[in-house]
Design a binder for this molecule. Sequence first.
Ligand code: DC
Length: 214
Amino acid sequence: MIIAIDGPAGAGKGTLAARLAAHYGYHYLDTGLLYRAVGHLMAERGLDLDDPATAGNVARALDPSHLAEGELRGREAGERASRVAVHPEVRSALVDFQRAFALRKPGAVLDGRDIGTAICPEADVKLYVTASPEVRARRRTDELNAKGRDVDYGRILAEIRERDERDAGRASAPLRMAADAVLLDTSALDIEGVFRAALAIIDAKRAEIAANAP
Ligand code: DC
């Protein structure tokens, strides 16, 4: 069973994906971490993020089992990830790892930007999780302020818009909804509502697969 979850930054896909994986006992891969790790390693080594060949070399040498999550979660790492993710050399270097992960038994949940369109076009369930830029910026601002960081809503909104533009506007595997994905707009839903909506979709698919099994 492969569950592909795509959508823009800050729509709540990570929270949803992790909960779904825990609920069904599936493996979970946050594919954004791979791109974040490439950007982070490059910055650490003083390399040019906009150089496709160098970025491709770093991506090919990446050992995903060594992802130190903590330092990759921040806004700066997200911005760097989005920049290196435009390079086809980087994207192709990360394909095999993601596809192998998706095949893990008894199932896998992957979240990212191109899972339903490019990495796992054969996924059993595809969800496209989104929310308006304003709602995403408001949530992110509140989240950071709650952690004691004094951030400005207008600045966060501008960052979100910029990231959306780069992720959806790039030539290689841009962010877009797969034709057979189900749209989950979380603008007016809380985490619980999104989770329940996703469960209904996935349970229906699981029942269909069980009914068709030999
Ligand atoms: O989901 P995230 O915010 O951690 O992703 C960081 C960046 O990585 C995102 O802005 C674009 C890139 N990315 C991608 O291009 N494809 C993916 N499957 C996941 C992330």
